[in-house]
Design a binder for this molecule. Structure first.
Ligand SMILES: [Fe+2]
Ligand SMILES: [Fe+2]
Length: 303
């Protein structure tokens, strides 16, 4: 096992919080197809989350259940179990948006079928014999998840601070879904990386799996945005281009390309620790006021 970290980077202590899944539910009947008014491209680019996350986060849960026996630290184990609970809930919440999109005339099945294949077959359990090969593939996937979680935390932090979406009058239910999810991503942003450090932590693996995850995310995202724009029944000549993405980033309705590029060397830095990014206090404050999370808390208290 190659441990190239002489001393693993230490988390920022104040950023740690016990993780629990908040059982939320959203009512989609009033959410329009173009939920960022007048900007279908921005809305559809964000809608790609609803295509990728149900299968992607189910896959996280599937991989993490297999890695539990390798965890020898009680607190990390607790964090991973909390993480599994949160991701399972995220996956379900995004999945519930899809029937609404179908009702609005946009059937995402052709795209989600490909995403399901990617996570279940390409990234699924291979018929490897017990031993080194099986362990290698498990560690590889743990490292891929750590890289993806760098981006889910980045996006979570972005959406919590994306005031331009409020100024444009974006749909409040969709904003609450994105911010509830984004806040939990910020809240649990250290878990995947700490798990990776605990079970492997090799720098070459971190860099290699970052490249895989980043390439896959860019590929899937641009295909997803194009899929939505081309199949939106209200946009006869719908298109998506990198230029649109760049311009929307400049306006603050999507993440800025420059900020995304700057996040790359941070993840690849040997002193990286996710707790250095984003704010747990901001995430927890959002969750305390989120309509969906509050409704969930009230329902739980009532039981
Ligand atoms: Fe999530
Ligand atoms: Fe996450």
């Amino acid at each position: 096992m190659s441990h190239t970290h002489a001393r693993p980077p230490l988390p920022v202590a104040s950023e740690r919080t016990p993780l629990k899944a908040r059982k939320v539910s959203f009512s989609w009947e009033d959410t329009p197809l173009h939920w960022v008014p007048g900007d279908p491209f921005a809305g559809h680019t964000i809608n790609v989350l609803h295509l990728l996350l149900p299968a992607g986060e189910r896959w996280f849960v599937h991989v993490y259940r297999q890695v539990l026996p390798y965890i020898t630290d009680a607190r990390l184990r607790e964090d991973v179990i909390g993480f599994i609970g949160q991701e399972a809930m995220h996956s379900q919440a995004h999945d519930e948006v899809l029937p609404h999109l179908r009702e609005l005339g946009l059937d995402p099945t052709p795209y989600t079928a490909q995403v399901d294949w990617l996570f279940e077959k390409l990234l699924g359990d291979r018929t490897l014999p017990p031993g080194r090969a099986r362990r290698w593939w498990l560690m590889e996937r743990v490292a891929i998840i750590a890289a993806i979680e760098h981006y889910t935390a980045f996006l979570g932090d972005w959406v919590l601070n994306a005031e331009e979406l409020d100024r444009r009058g974006a749909d409040p239910t969709m904003l609450d879904l994105l911010r509830w999810h984004g806040a939990e991503e910020v809240e649990h942003r250290s878990v995947a990386f700490e798990l990776f450090l605990h079970v492997d932590g090799g720098y070459r693996r971190r860099a290699r799996t970052w490249a895989t995850a980043f390439t896959a995310l860019v590929f899937l995202w641009q295909r997803g945005a194009r899929f939505f724009m081309e199949n939106d029944p209200t946009l006869p000549a719908g298109r998506a281009s990198f230029k649109d993405f760049y311009l929307s980033g400049q306006q603050g309705v999507l993440p800025a390309t420059g900020d995304m590029l700057k996040s790359i060397p941070r993840y690849l830095s040997r002193s990286y620790h996710p707790s250095q990014e984003g704010s747990t206090a901001q995430a927890v404050a959002y969750l305390a006021g989120s309509p969906a999370a509050r409704a969930a808390a009230t329902a739980e208290e009532g039981v």
